[in-house]
Design a protein around this ligand. Structure first.
Ligand code: DX5
Ligand code: ZN
Length: 220
């Protein structure tokens, strides 16, 4: 069984000490950098944009997992590829022609991800599951870090795992929002592959140690 991954969310980092926090992730047992891009339209918050991502990529030594919470993401696929994104995740709710968007992401050499809001049923992805490298199940309403985990997520993970197995797909399941040491194991047992963790990592007294603990929890 492949090792389960932790993707610290840079949204919870100290932006005045961004290089320090990027180096912390580099040196830690974390697997990916999770980067939240918000436009203030698709979600009621604005995070950061291209210049900040460019500087993160300059220092980061691990996979760059970009989560776009923006309307009309097709406009920016090439931009994010050029900036160095390895995985580009768009929201199901923001894509009128999702199949086309997924192909466009792959044509730029990135892995294609689809995020779904808490109200979106995983079954809506079945017809494109073989085209999706990663499904990001939102376990909070997107827009802010530090919210509490929605318990219905476990059920969604199990349902999605069934769809993936049934279609013989190799899609990874990522969970985003409210992940802590209290729900990490249960999420993995339900079928998750990657856990995003923002506040739980960065608000802890020793982020490096917190990442190590999460990795232990999900891989034992
Ligand atoms: C929420 C973002 C998440 C967020 C997670 O819209 O997509 O990635 O940073 O933060 P925590 O772990 O604090 O819920
Ligand atoms: Zn995210």
């Amino acid at each position: 069984m492949a090792l389960k991954r932790i993707a610290p969310s840079v949204l919870a980092a100290d932006f005045a000490n961004l290089q320090r926090d990027v180096e912390m992730i580099n040196k830690s047992e974390a697997d990916w950098f999770h980067i939240d891009i918000m436009d203030g339209v698709f979600v009621p918050n604005i995070s950061f944009g291209m210049p900040v991502l460019r500087d993160i990529v300059k220092h980061a030594t691990k996979t760059i997992d970009v989560h776009l919470m923006i309307v009309d993401p097709d406009r920016y696929i090439k931009t994010f590829a050029d900036l160095g994104s390895n995985i580009l995740t768009v929201h199901y709710e923001a894509c009128t022609h999702l199949h086309r968007t997924l192909q466009a992401i792959k044509a730029e050499g990135m892995k294609a991800g689809v995020a779904i809001n808490p109200h979106t049923n995983v079954s809506l992805l079945e017809d494109v599951i073989n085209d999706i490298d990663l499904v990001c199940i939102m376990s909070v309403n997107p827009g802010f870090g530090g919210q509490s985990f929605i318990e219905n997520t476990y059920k969604k993970v199990k349902q999605l795992r069934e769809i993936i197995v049934k279609n013989n797909a190799s899609t990874l399941i990522e969970i985003d929002g409210g992940v802590t040491n209290k729900n990490a194991k249960q999420l993995i047992d339900a079928g998750a592959d990657v856990l995003v963790a923002g506040s739980f990592v960065f608000k802890s007294t020793n982020p490096n140690q917190t990442i190590k603990e999460l990795k232990e929890i999900i891989n034992t």
